[in-house]
Structures are given as structure tokens and as C-alpha cells.
Design a protein around this ligand. Structure first.
Ligand SMILES: [Mg+2]
Length: 261
């Protein structure tokens, strides 16, 4: 029985927005998260990169607003997790407690409403608001998590924090329909997120080429319309690697995907 549980244990690898069901043995540690989480929490480079990205976002917003024909009201779209709120304590907890991702544990973290704002995020939303640009948050937090998410964002003074400006997950994780709904009314000038699926539906499913070709095709959009923030801890990029990787453990799969010399 015990063996059966170890072999068939179904866990979800990491947290937040995107789907990441991956079969790995339950006995496995979460050590693959250590270095990425430490970088996110303890490197000055991470803080500097967020400031750099949000500064770039302001410039892009100014330029796109100046170039707009103003036929529709202007908006910006931001993801929430690892874009405006820092949930890395949840990843840290996973390593310390040796726990795979679970919806229940994630919900306990969300209910605390204690996620800190990421560097430059509050200021960006307030700047957009000062320009008369509406701020929308398209997130795969669920509609059931609306209350604590609003409380968390409000506590730090983010702009436009109300249930009409938070487009949370109702059924599927795809953000395409929610973006299209918004774009039928607003001109979306800038999209900001830590996962490329926050910017375009083309990145929701990665092919064997891991989305590299799509990035190449979109290269002129980065820094001008799409602002991408760093998240080495989890994301669609990692889900795809885990799907493609071969091996009995997460570590084995990941090591096999490394390029060496
Ligand atoms: Mg995110």
C-alpha cells in the first residue's frame, strides 16, 4: 500500500496561476525550489530587475498613450502573483516543510492576505491611474479568493482595486477570453506579467520548442507592449520542461534538460 502511494502519488509541482499537475513520487523533496526562491527573496538583482521592468512599463505606457487614437478608453493589464504580489514565502514554506503544492495550503496563504507588493508595482498602477488609464488585474487566483486578494492589494494602495477590475479565474486557466472581453471595451496599452501567457494566448501551450519561436516572432513587443518580470520558481516554462523531461524524479527530469559541454 505504502509503495503504491509513493509510486502513484499525484502532486502539483508549484503554486499559483497556471495548471501544473505533474506525477512525481511523494517522497521527493522540494529542493528544486531552493536556489530559485533564494534568488527571488535574497538577491538585490531581483529587486533591481523589478524596478527596471516597471520603469520600462511607465515609458511604454507614456509612448503608447501618446500614440493612441483615443477611440476607446485606455487600460493596462497586470497579472497578480509574482507580478504585483510576492508569494515567495509560500515557495519557501514548501521547501522548509517539504510539501508539494496543494490548493488547500495555497488557500491558507492567500487567506492571510500578507503577500508583500513587488518593487515598483504599486507606483506603476498609481502612475497609470494618474494618467487616466484604468488598471485591470487578470489573475488565475480563483473568484473564491476575491475577498482576501482585494484586502491584500488594498492594504498597499494599488490603484483600481475592486471586483470589477479583478478578472479572476472562474472556470479555465486560459486568460484569452478575459483579455478579449476587456479589449472589446478598452484599448490595452501595456500588459505586465511573470508568465508569457499573461501577455498572449500563444504562450499558453508551449510546443517542443518551448515557445522560443513565438518569442522570436514577438520580439518587437517586449519592452514596448509586453513587460516580462522574472520568475525562476514556477510557471508554464517549468510545466513544459516537466512534461518533456524523462526520469523517475523531478530532479532527474530537470537535470536531463540541462545543457552542458
Ligand atoms: Mg504570475
Amino acid at each position: 500500500m505504502k509503495k503504491l502511494i509513493i509510486v502513484t502519488g499525484m502532486i502539483i509541482l508549484a503554486s499559483c496561476g497556471t495548471i501544473r499537475n505533474t506525477t512525481v513520487p511523494q517522497a521527493e523533496t522540494q529542493d528544486q525550489l531552493i536556489l530559485a526562491t533564494l534568488w527571488y527573496q535574497q538577491s538585490a538583482e531581483m529587486k533591481a530587475l523589478y524596478y527596471q521592468c516597471y520603469r520600462n512599463a511607465e515609458t511604454a505606457l507614456e509612448e503608447n498613450l501618446a500614440g493612441s487614437d483615443k477611440s476607446k478608453p485606455a487600460a493596462v493589464v497586470l497579472d497578480i502573483d509574482e507580478t504585483v504580489l510576492d508569494n515567495s514565502p509560500y515557495q519557501g514554506w514548501q521547501v522548509i516543510e517539504n510539501k508539494p503544492f496543494s490548493d488547500q495550503d495555497w488557500r491558507r496563504w492567500v487567506d492571510l492576505a500578507e503577500a508583500k507588493p513587488l518593487p515598483g508595482a504599486v507606483e506603476f498602477t498609481r502612475y497609470a491611474d494618474s494618467l487616466g488609464v484604468e488598471v485591470f488585474y487578470i489573475s488565475n487566483r480563483t473568484v473564491g479568493e476575491m475577498g482576501p486578494t482585494l484586502a491584500n492589494l488594498r492594504a498597499y494602495g494599488f490603484a483600481d482595486v475592486d471586483s470589477t477590475h479583478l478578472l479572476l479565474k472562474e472556470t479555465g486557466s486560459s486568460k484569452i477570453e478575459r483579455r478579449e472581453r476587456l479589449e472589446s471595451i478598452y484599448e490595452v496599452l501595456v500588459l505586465i506579467g511573470d508568465n508569457l501567457a499573461d501577455h498572449s494566448g500563444i504562450y499558453e501551450k508551449r510546443d517542443a520548442g518551448l515557445g522560443f519561436a513565438a518569442v522570436e516572432a514577438d520580439k518587437n513587443l517586449f519592452g514596448t507592449r509586453y513587460i516580462v518580470l522574472p520568475n525562476p520558481m514556477y510557471g508554464t516554462w517549468l510545466n513544459e520542461l516537466m512534461k518533456q523531461g524523462e526520469g523517475a524524479t523531478a530532479r532527474e527530469k530537470l537535470v536531463k534538460m540541462l545543457k552542458g559541454f
